[in-house]
Design a protein around this ligand. Structure first.
Ligand code: NAD
Length: 498
């Protein structure tokens, strides 16, 4: 695939934005007729006007999802047939990689190279993986005596509301759509208000792939209106949410106050990267550590934002990390050389900068960056920023910044490293670096996080479940067959023979 500047500019200039809601297989205006602007954070200019859905539109989308679910067009289709439709869907996404990549780069300010080589291929992989899995999974028969038959079967849960964030717009949609559709549900997807465009295009591609109308609906709009209406709707059977812990908590409330719909939350993190003194290859650690914090501008739930490093190797490692970080060029998201694009919006950039000020005020030692850059562009760019001499009690060590800001915390022994790593309200991910397999195993077990990567920074892949301990998650996992649990009910069928 050609990924040069001219090709990307050409794709961008020919884009046709889908800006209406997608309900029952058709693009429609919001009932109110209202729209809201979506912005290009790389220059602060409006990109398009998007249909602003509220409760009325959510009601229509849920009605369409409910009716199609009950008709069984998709929910009763054989898993093998659903697989074929979803494989077509994955193929169409792959065919339209450049378009989807440019949409996400434009709206989210993400580096285009990441969108082309990571976000869209992983979106394809996710849909394909769940499609391929679904006609290979068996239900169970319970160990009864000869007069009975106990079937333990999985059924689709029904209508699924999916509420997602802006940091990986297409990919987060796929993490929900792949398993929810594969298991036979109807879905109402609410993208983040900052990034609606790729979700709307994905819905159009799904129908082109053969998904019956009404199975996938997209209601762009704001959280307090469209998101809340979905959370409180009594015909929605489950909400799968990825976003902040604060908003995740609200969905538990919406559910409690409505129909006790199932709620699955994938929330924030403050993930540690623990580096033991025995590591020989500090160059490799530095490379992973830089990627862990600066990939996707640090706007990543599993960003390795706390570098917890043994005193003996701290200075040598930090020197390497600072050197490598300087190579992470900040720039236009549509430039293939850019490694760090813009923050998602002005308010978020200001929040990130205020954390940097808080770090300075608490006497952490700023060793790199710390500023807004490229302000003349009108965009919201923050340079890679590194603090040393951070105390784990400081604000920059405790709160999720969701930006390119690394906090370095030193330790003396293993026990202290574990205590520091676990001293957070979050528990999404962790990385640890050691050349001693015994230490690796001990620490991997001791760290309270949903994913622990050893001698690398990684979230695993489609074959491994992803989700958080403590206030990073609730009620289930994304990815792998474990994600199917979110979207299915277990039914016991008990038969007696005479
Ligand atoms: P957010 O919580 O502000 O918004 C997420 C979604 O919730 C959006 O669609 C938004 O419109 C909606 N929403 C907001 N307020 C709402 C309300 N009152 N009622 C109903 N819906 C509402 O999060 P964000 O700023 O879009 O994303 C950043 C957060 O997402 C970070 O905390 C990050 O860690 C988290 N995240 C987690 C994962 C994961 O897999 N654990 C992945 C990506 C992002």
């Amino acid at each position: 695939m050609k990924m040069d500047k001219a090709t990307i500019a050409d794709v961008a200039s020919k884009l046709k934005f889908r800006t209406q809601a997608f309900i029952n297989g058709k693009f429609v205006d919001a009932v109110s007729g209202r729209t809201f602007p979506t912005e290009k954070p790389a220059n602060g200019q409006a990109l398009a006007q998007i249909a602003e859905c509220d409760e009325k539109d959510v009601n229509l989308a849920v009605q369409s999802a409910r009716e199609t679910f009950e008709k069984g067009l998709w929910s009763q289709m054989s898993p093998a047939d659903r697989k074929h439709v979803l494989l077509n869907f994955a193929d169409l996404i792959e065919k339209n990689t450049m378009e989807l990549a440019v949409l996400d780069a434009l709206e989210a300010g993400k580096p285009i190279t990441d969108c082309i080589t990571i976000d869209v291929p992983e979106t394809v992989d996710c849909i394909r993986w769940h499609a391929e899995a679904v006609d290979k999974l068996y239900d169970q028969i319970s160990p009864t005596g000869p007069d009975n038959l106990g079937l333990i079967v999985r059924e689709p849960i029904g209508v699924v509301g999916a509420v997602i964030p802006w940091n990986f717009p297409a990919l987060m949609a796929a993490w929900k759509l792949g398993p929810a559709l594969a298991t036979g549900n109807s879905v109402v997807l609410k993208p983040a208000e900052q990034t609606s465009l790729s979700a709307l295009r994905l819905a159009e591609l799904a129908v082109e792939a053969g998904l019956p109308d009404g199975i996938l609906n997209v209601v762009p709009g704001f959280g307090e209106t469209a998101g809340q209406a979905l959370g409180r709707h009594t015909a929605v059977d489950a909400v799968t949410f990825t976003g902040s812990t604060e908003v995740g908590r609200m969905f538990l409330k919406y559910s409690a106050e409505s129909n006790l719909k199932r709620i699955v939350l994938e929330c924030g993190g403050k993930s540690p990267q623990i580096v033991m003194a025995d590591v020989a290859n500090l160059d490799s650690v530095a490379e992973h550590a830089v990627n862990a914090i600066f990939w996707n501008m640090g706007e990543n739930c599993s960003a390795g934002s706390r570098l917890i490093v043994h005193k003996k190797v701290k200075d040598a490692l930090l020197e390497r990390i600072v050197k490598l970080s300087k190579q992470w060029t900040v720039g236009d998201p549509l430039d293939p050389a850019t490694k760090i694009g813009s923050m998602i919006e002005k308010a978020h950039m200001e929040k990130v900068l205020s954390y940097i000020e808080a770090g300075k005020a608490e006497d952490a030692n700023l060793v790199l960056g710390g500023n807004r850059v490229l302000a003349d562009s009108g965009g919201y760019f923050v340079e890679p920023t590194i603090f040393d001499n951070v105390d784990n009690k400081m604000k920059i060590a405790q709160e999720e910044i969701f930006g390119p800001v690394l906090a370095t915390i030193a330790f003396d022994d293993e026990e202290q490293a574990i205590a520091l790593a676990n001293n957070t309200t979050y528990g999404l991910a962790a990385s640890l670096y050691t050349d001693n397999v015994n230490v690796a195993h001990r620490l991997a077990r001791a760290i309270k996080a949903g994913t622990v990567s050893v001698n690398c920074y990684s979230e695993g892949d489609m074959t491994t479940p992803f989700g958080g301990f403590k206030q990073s998650g609730f009620g289930g996992r994304d990815n792998a067959v474990h994600a199917h649990d979110q979207y299915t009910e277990i039914k016991t069928i008990w038969m007696q023979f005479s």
